[in-house]
Design a protein around this ligand. Structure first.
Ligand SMILES: *[C@@H]1O[C@H](CO)[C@@H](O)[C@H](O)[C@H]1NC(C)=O
Ligand SMILES: *[C@@H]1O[C@H](CO)[C@@H](O)[C@H](O)[C@H]1NC(C)=O
Ligand SMILES: *[C@@H]1O[C@H](CO)[C@@H](O)[C@H](O)[C@H]1NC(C)=O
Length: 132
């Protein structure tokens, strides 16, 4: 009986914790970076359907990277209806790899999800669907 309120509280704290980290990290990162690199996301795309718990390779075009990329570390987050969520699907990977495996998170169903790929700045996929 008592574990449910506790886990909800934990989720709320975690949610705002992530938001705070993103807000705190963003300005410093933006100042350091020189060459903006936001490769276009190739997959997922329109027509893609993911199911909760599946593993998929998010892929992006690495055919024309700038010579000097200040930070090659990539980050992939989820957004819904064009609104960012604090859900991080992958981070700490090399942006030049062109793909990274992600696990589909447990979110409400929708056909308006997209993934955001952050290199120097952000670029996002076409809208796709997540179902349970
Ligand atoms: C995102 O990718 C598109 C190509 O799909 C490109 O035209 C655009 O400049 C990129 N956005 C940024 C912020 O680099
Ligand atoms: C992702 O791509 C790698 C390399 O091609 C492959 O070994 C791996 O099986 C792929 N993962 C999925 C879930 O398709
Ligand atoms: C890349 O960085 C190096 C070292 O800072 C510099 O010498 C070189 O001119 C840069 N190249 C480009 C294309 O900006």
């Amino acid at each position: 009986m008592s574990s449910r309120p506790t886990s909800i509280l934990f989720f709320i704290l975690a949610f705002f914790g992530v938001l705070f980290q993103i807000a705190a990290a963003a300005p410093a990162v933006a100042l350091e970076r020189r060459d903006v690199y936001s490769p276009p996301v190739l997959y997922p795309h329109t027509g893609t359907v993911w199911y909760k718990g599946q593993t998929h390779n998010v892929t992006w075009d690495v055919s024309s990277p700038p010579v000097n990329i200040t930070d090659k570390t990539g980050l992939i987050t989820l957004r819904k209806s064009g609104i960012p969520t604090p859900l991080i699907l992958a981070d700490g990977f090399d942006i030049l790899l062109g793909r990274v495996e992600v696990k589909v998170p447990w979110v409400i169903e929708g056909s308006d999800y997209s993934v955001v790929l952050f290199g120097d700045s952000g670029n996002w996929s076409e809208d796709f669907t997540i179902e349970q």
